[in-house]
Write a protein that binds this ligand. Structure first.
Ligand code: 5GP
Ligand code: MG
Length: 192
């Protein structure tokens, strides 16, 4: 029943099990790359909510986690402007930061986050994204050291990713069905 309802949201791209295995493998690589307690995880809300929480359980317990709230999407389109960063801060002076995001699209979010972290004095910045769309990026946008999956340039939902606030709690990742986009869910800004 649940499977049938979920399939109406859109075609399955990545199952819960496939995501779980990949997050474990990414966690192992990150554990090997940093000494315990030597870096801070910076999760970008809301989209990386589940990914950051799962990754956090794969890294040493000393690891500090911080969240910033960033918006760049409206409905199924990037605005090309990353909003909310001017309000974000924290003590990053001299610290190694691992930025965690749900999905890399144009690269504008990671680029803006990097700029902000440099202003705040971070000593190094690396990136881990669960998904990266196969598409051109903004010139100069950072290339993540860790990418979970490269995916087609389609609008996806689930495992933290929303469409106008919906579907974040899906355990799998799905390509949003055309019919859902046209379902009159309004133009309320997506929170991702
Ligand atoms: P970028 O700044 O790289 O263009 O876009 C990255 C941000 O846009 C992500 O953090 C995510 O919040 C949102 N985004 C990009 N593509 C998608 C998508 O296919 N689905 C959803 N739900 N959000 C997306
Ligand atoms: Mg996001």
């Amino acid at each position: 029943m649940r499977e049938k309802l979920e399939s109406e949201i859109g075609d399955l791209l990545l199952s819960e099990g496939v995501i779980r295995e990949r997050v474990r493998a990414l966690g192992a690589e990150i554990r090997n790359a940093y000494a315990p307690g030597s870096f801070v995880l910076l999760g970008l809300l809301n989209g990386s909510l589940l990914f950051t929480a799962d990754l956090l359980r794969e890294v040493p317990p000393e690891t500090e986690v911080v969240f910033w709230r960033v918006k760049s999407y409206r409905g199924t389109n990037s605005t090309g402007v990353c909003e909310g960063l001017e309000a974000e801060g924290g003590d990053f002076t001299g610290r190694a930061v691992l930025v965690v995001d749900d999905i890399l699209d144009s690269g504008c979010t990671l680029q803006a986050v990097d700029k902000r972290l440099r202003i705040l004095g971070a000593s190094s910045v690396e990136h881990c994204v669960l998904l990266a769309k196969r598409r051109p990026r903004l010139p100069g946008s950072p290339l993540p050291r860790w990418i979970g999956f490269e995916i087609p340039d389609r609008f996806v939902v689930g495992y933290g990713l929303d469409y106008n606030g919906r579907y974040r709690g899906l355990r799998s990742i799905r390509v949003l069905a055309e019919g859902r986009m046209a379902a009159g869910l309004g133009n309320r800004r997506t929170e991702s």
